[in-house]
Design a protein around this ligand. Structure first.
Ligand code: 1CP
Length: 353
């Protein structure tokens, strides 16, 4: 058997190790990035953000550009993720909401009735000029490093709209889903349309991969997910049309949903820390790559533990068609940024071809 020659590191974002791993192609080394890499763990982020509200910062192209670049410069990660938030499209469409420090998104008038669903404003693509300016600036600054665009999946956005803010059980959301199936479908359809507009704006301005965050889908049974959620997430991916960008689909606590999460149209399934990647690869099958799945809490432990767990994730990731190294969820705010740099270097060292 002849072995496939390892590619030399690419100079084009569309042919980067991130994009290649997402497609199951040979890579020069396993690509690494961290969910929430731009943000509170970085002192340079905290000083830049001081005095500016989160959603204001997200609408300032220069601030978005600088904050997105900070972790790339500091850690040498293999991808940038646009600094924004999943609720930004709602705000731009006209929903009254804010992101409260230490809490998260808070909606002034939660969606609690069929009339509320029908009154929800739609997103106009023309309102996203600031976002496209930021993406174009970033692509120019990033050179060969790929930019990942993202959106919140319809279900996870519905949880914020219905609960009015962060929630543990998402009980109101599920109750609405069962009690008002038609309004539920209309709500998720609206959210799918706005997520698609948000993603297309980023891809058309130069993002070369996208991630759909369905962070809270793990609270659903597989049957409910398949029937009442998956079709709308699939329609977000479908709406990318012939835009040739790999699609990453992520949720927390989705062990039982992994095959379905893949079926919604993903090239890469994001896995949290609850399931080892070799088991995730069995569940997802040979036609999709995996992203993950170091427990973010491990980064708060001693260096020997960090190294042991990174090695384990890298080894188990070899079972997947392609592996994008990441955490199982976002970077915790009190993570030492030096540990993130160390993890990036260690993964590169362990996987250099
Ligand atoms: O003041 C601050 O610094 C606020 C903290 C913060 C940050 C840095 C929030 C509030 N959002 C963000 C940026 C953000 N949000 C990014 C930036 C890019 C990066 O990853 O570096 C991304 C991708 C998101 C996406 C996001 N927002 C998700 C999906 C990812 C996930 O963590 O599951 C979710 C669920 C949100 C909602 C949200 N926004 C902010 C918070 C604290 C939350 C979660 C609240 C909750 O627990 O329900």
């Amino acid at each position: 058997m002849t072995s496939v020659p390892a590619p030399v590191p690419s100079t084009s974002p569309a042919d980067s190790d991130l994009v290649r791993a997402a497609r199951g192609l040979p890579v020069s080394r396993t690509p690494v990035w961290f969910m929430r890499q731009a943000g509170r763990s970085l002192p340079e982020y905290r000083s830049l953000r001081a005095g500016t509200a989160m959603l204001e910062a997200c609408q300032d192209p220069d601030m978005v550009t600088e904050i997105t670049l900070q972790p790339v410069r500091r850690h040498g990660v293999d991808a940038a993720i646009l600094f924004s938030d999943i609720v930004l499209p709602l705000l731009v469409a006209g929903v009254d909401l804010e992101i409260k420090a230490g809490i998260g998104p808070v909606i002034a008038d939660p969606v609690r009735s069929v009339a509320d669903v029908d009154a929800l404003p739609g997103l106009e693509p023309e309102a996203l000029g600031f976002l496209q300016t930021a993406v174009r600036q970033l692509v120019a600054e990033l050179g060969p490093t790929p930019l990942i665009g993202f959106a919140g999946a319809p279900f996870t956005l519905a949880t914020y709209l219905i609960e009015g803010g962060p929630s543990k059980e998402h009980a109101r959301t599920k109750a609405f889903m069962y009690a008002e199936p038609e309004a539920w479908s209309r709500l998720l359809d609206k959210l799918a349309v706005s997520a698609a507009i948000f993603l297309r704006a980023q891809v058309d301005a130069g993002a070369v991969a996208v991630q759909l965050f369905d962070s809270w889908a793990g609270v659903l049974s597989a049957a409910d997910y398949a029937e009442r959620v998956l079709p709308f997430s699939r329609s977000v991916f479908d709406a990318l049309g012939d835009r040739d960008v790999p699609r990453i689909h992520f949720g927390v606590g989705t062990g039982e949903l992994l095959p379905l999460i893949g079926d919604a149209g993903a090239d890469v399934v994001g896995v949290d820390w609850r399931i080892p990647l070799d088991e995730a690869a069995r569940r997802v099958g040979p036609h999709r790559s995996l992203q993950g799945n170091l427990d973010p809490a491990v980064l708060l432990a001693d260096r020997a533990t960090v190294d042991r767990e990174v090695r384990r994730v890298v080894e188990q990731g070899r079972a997947a068609r392609g592996h994008v190294f990441n955490l199982g969820h976002g970077v915790l705010p009190d993570t030492d940024p030096g540990v993130l740099t160390h993890v990036t270097e260690l993964v590169h060292e362990l996987t250099a071809r």
